[in-house]
Design a protein around this ligand. Structure first.
Ligand SMILES: Nc1ncnc2c1ncn2[C@@H]1O[C@H](COP(=O)(O)OP(=O)(O)OP(=O)(O)O)[C@@H](O)[C@H]1O
Ligand SMILES: [Mg+2]
Length: 237
């Protein structure tokens, strides 16, 4: 367990983002703190991926600010997995070795083996990563992100297009990682997955933050009509 996460909380203060005349995030203010996973939900195009990228520092607000508790060195403490991870043209083990090196960590075969084991890929260490199945690649991408020993792990739809067994494998890894004290910030469309993993829900619609509340409250008693309609499968923008 980590004692003192240092880039958390991540604070958004009236963050606005637009492309041309299209508003993508509108005056979003929120704080993402240490603790159980923060799960972003909302219809397609509501701004989840944009908010994740902003929190990772990959996009700069048009107005407003994103602040980290400790600004220094924040990028090194963050790791992320996008929906379609790009595998390097080398074996699974060497993909991990590359991530360790990029993070300035020792290239220790025991660490590589442990990371591969932790995502159930111990037997596939020498397989070319691009030959792995979609679910296996998603798990390798998680191991690669964990090789950075991150304080915060950002995930964008980590199980989209995976079958139920592969989804469970990835969810188990996410749950274990959260238990180990890594802050998870993730976007998902999967209501079941959000119920299983989320500590709190951040609900977006049309670029606006409508709710940030404990998951148990969100699912039983959402505050806004939009969230109620979303949960009922009616809100699609
Ligand atoms: N660079 C860009 N230029 C123009 N429009 C953009 C740009 N980036 C995002 N958008 C638009 O902003 C909106 C929000 O996009 P974003 O990818 O954040 O949504 P999302 O909630 O992640 O959606 P999904 O559930 O489909 O993944 C969308 O309407 C998208 O088309
Ligand atoms: Mg998205």
């Amino acid at each position: 367990m980590r004692d003192r996460p240092t880039s958390l909380p991540i604070r958004f203060d009236a963050v606005t983002y637009s492309a041309g005349t299209t508003a993508i995030l509108r005056e979003v203010s929120l704080s993402i703190g240490a603790g159980p996973p923060t799960v972003l939900m909302g219809p397609n195009g509501s701004g989840k991926t944009t908010l994740l990228k902003m929190a990772m520092g990959l996009l700069t607000p048009v107005s407003g600010r994103v602040d980290y508790a400790d600004q220094k060195d924040q990028a090194r403490r963050h790791a992320f997995v996008f929906q379609k991870p790009v595998m390097l043209r080398r074996t699974a083990a060497r993909n991990i070795a590359f991530a360790l090196k990029a993070a300035g960590r020792a290239n220790d075969p025991a660490v590589i083996a442990r990371l591969l084991e932790s995502v159930g890929l111990g037997a596939l260490a020498d397989r070319p990563a691009r030959r792995l199945s979609g679910g296996e690649q998603q798990r390798l991408a998680l191991a690669r992100a964990l090789a950075r020993d991150p304080e915060v792990l950002f995930l964008d739809e980590p199980t989209a297009s995976l079958d139920p067994a592969a989804t469970k494998g990835v969810e188990d890894i996410i749950a274990r990682t959260a238990q180990a004290g890594v802050k998870i910030v993730m976007a998902t469309h999967d209501l079941g997955q959000a119920r299983r993993l989320a500590g709190e829900i951040v609900f977006l619609a049309n670029g606006r933050l409508l709710e940030q509340m404990p998951a148990s409250t969100f699912f039983t008693n959402p505050a806004t009509t939009e969230a109620r309609r979303f949960l009922a499968g009616e809100l699609v923008i």
